[in-house]
Write a protein that binds this ligand. Structure first.
Ligand code: ATP
Length: 149
């Protein structure tokens, strides 16, 4: 049944707001209203939570997480940008691998299995969409997702 993507994004941002607040991170969202699309609401919700959770988890206190949701001609675009620790260029090709987790000594403090992005990629691709990650070590990370309408 058709779902409203902007509403899912809004819901998730609202849910993650509390998590951002306890880390003194500003979670800022710019959400353009989108047209109804055929997609799995539960999966897209899971996708959003995974990407937002990572952005908050890997951003130090006082940082910024920015969410932009736009409607394109035949797709919706979602950008999640953070001012976090970033990912080294040599690790960037590994992040979608099952069970891959960055720097073990550091990530052991944070819970996680390293399945988040592998599942996120599977959700995006099973909807016929694309996911791409750009990152600069110690500067921040940008996750770009497009999903066909
Ligand atoms: P889990 O998904 O179980 O919470 P995880 O976050 O370690 O564990 P993934 O979501 O698959 O697993 O991410 C894989 C790795 O990619 C992470 O361990 C981390 O090193 C890196 N990563 C993902 N998102 C970010 C981000 N926003 N900033 C910096 N590094 C990131």
């Amino acid at each position: 049944k058709p779902i409203q993507f902007d509403r899912i994004v809004n819901d998730c941002v609202r849910k993650m707001q509390m998590l951002a607040e306890v880390k003194d991170i500003i979670l800022h969202a710019e959400i353009e209203s989108s047209v109804p699309m055929n997609a799995d609401e539960v999966r897209l919700h899971q996708l959003l939570v995974t990407v937002l959770d990572n952005a908050i988890k890997y951003t130090p206190e006082g940082g910024l997480v920015r969410v932009v949701c736009r409607k394109l001609a035949h797709s919706v675009l979602l950008e999640v940008e953070d001012t976090g620790i970033g990912i080294a260029p040599e690790n960037l090709p590994l992040i979608f691998n099952r069970f891959y987790r960055g720097d073990k000594a550091r990530t052991r403090q944070e819970g996680g299995t390293g399945l988040g992005l592998a599942i996120a990629k599977w959700i995006v691709e099973s909807h016929g969409g694309r996911i791409r990650v750009e990152s600069k070590l110690l500067v921040g990370t940008q996750v770009l997702i497009t999903l066909p309408i």
